[in-house]
Ligand binder design. Structure first.
Ligand code: ATP
Ligand code: MG
Length: 376
């Protein structure tokens, strides 16, 4: 797929800016705080309707404006598509495809596919498990947009069940449990089933996608690190079933809930389910978090990102975009070249940097170079 134009209106520090991309690689160069990352963020929003930087739409709209807009024209194998996302400081965001408003935001997902790689992604190795779960969820949403809905359902059930457990705990603390506990118990049983049903959908999808990603990541990692290191990426669910079958997983889920009944009630929160799962990253069987230098951890993240590119390409049938925010200059020449070889001109790539000096002449000669200054 190919992003031809991007039009930012009152988005972040852009008042009104149209960008035409006329080469497969674009380098956005500029000083700090000029709008380079903001531009990549706009593409990320079109891709997943989420930004890894911000949660509130009002931060995305230009200061003192009420409405912001991100528009794009994307070339896909099946035709040209206009994407349109409107953000508001008050009220809901709206989306349109080919100038037709969509009723469900879900239908906007999976149109523009992009892999994002920023310096923050080192947190994928070092950060808390939630960081890795979010990464995996974003990938799944691109591969299988319906997953956004599945995840939302699970999170709703989780919230309700947590509220109930909390109520139970407060009741117990105040000694009022006797009269209401029977009622709470039967209510909880209903939520248990919902949690197991929606939760097993999440767990199974996450495990399956990692199974496909792992060999791709291991191959890239071996190639970048010179085959001395073996990368393993595995999903570590807190519910383990004998086999990957919806009923088996649900059954294992309910069994685990039974086992954890008492600690759940005393802690007043749900302790079982995919919101507590982990993505395990090991190098030569040692947890990557505690292994190696920053450079080695960067190699690992690079391998994961290259694997994501490949996997999206395999599943979607077209190469996704690659968004490199401030990372290229941090890679040594060898790794820069590995990346260059991997993307060639197949994956349209947007790269931000504060200085062109760190780039190999191969990169500079084959890229469109745009200078970014104060939202222009
Ligand atoms: P760096 O090299 O430091 O990463 P950058 O060019 O990537 O810089 P961005 O993060 O894209 O910088 O832009 C940051 C600028 O955008 C800041 O000056 C910030 O104040 C401004 N900005 C962010 N949100 C808004 C907004 N809603 N309205 C106006 N300006 C905003
Ligand atoms: Mg930036």
């Amino acid at each position: 797929m190919y992003l031809k134009t991007l039009h930012l209106k009152q988005f972040r520090n852009y008042r009104d800016c149209i960008v035409d991309f006329d080469a497969p690689k674009t380098i956005l160069v500029g000083n700090n705080a000029q709008g380079k990352s903001n531009l990549l963020e706009a593409v990320e929003l079109l891709s997943t309707l989420k930004s890894h930087r911000s949660v509130r739409d009002r931060d995305l709209v230009l200061e003192e404006a009420a409405v912001g807009q991100i528009r794009a024209n994307l070339e896909r194998a099946y035709g040209s598509i206009d994407l349109d996302l409107t953000l508001r400081t008050q009220g809901r965001r709206t989306v349109a495809l080919n100038r037709e408003a969509l009723r469900r935001q879900l239908d906007f997902l999976g149109i523009l596919n992009a892999v994002q790689f920023s310096s923050l992604d080192l947190e994928l190795v070092r950060g808390a498990p939630e960081r890795r779960r979010n990464w995996l969820d974003s990938l799944l949403i691109q591969l299988e947009p319906i997953y956004a809905y599945i995840l939302q359902q699970y999170n709703q059930v989780l919230r309700q069940r947590n509220a109930l457990l909390k109520k139970y705990r407060v009741g117990a603390a105040e000694g009022k449990l006797e009269e209401s506990s029977r009622e709470l118990y039967s209510e909880l049983a209903l939520w248990d089933v919902q949690l197991a049903t929606t939760g097993s959908r999440v767990t199974r999808r996450r495990a399956r996608v990692l199974e496909r990603l792992a060999p791709l990541a291991a191959a890239w990692h071996a190639s970048i690190s010179g085959a001395t290191e073996v990368l393993d990426v595995t999903y570590a669910p807190n519910i383990r079933a004998e086999k990957d079958d919806p009923e088996e997983v649900q059954k294992a889920f309910l069994d685990k809930i039974q086992q954890r009944r008492i600690p759940e009630q005393s802690q007043g929160t749900t302790l079982v389910g995919p919101h507590r799962d982990e993505v395990e990253l090991t190098i030569n069987q040692t947890p990557a978090r505690s292994y190696g230098s920053q450079g080695q951890q960067r190699t690992l993240v690079l391998a994961l990102k290259l694997a994501e590119l490949k996997l999206i390409e395999e599943v979607v049938g077209e190469p996704p975009l690659l968004l490199l925010d401030d990372v290229l200059a941090e890679l040594d020449l060898n790794r820069q070249n590995q990346l260059l070889d991997a993307i060639q001109d197949r994956f349209q790539t947007l790269i931000t940097t504060t200085h062109l000096g760190a780039f190999d002449s191969q990169w500079l000669n084959s890229s469109q170079i745009l200078s970014v200054h104060a939202g222009q």
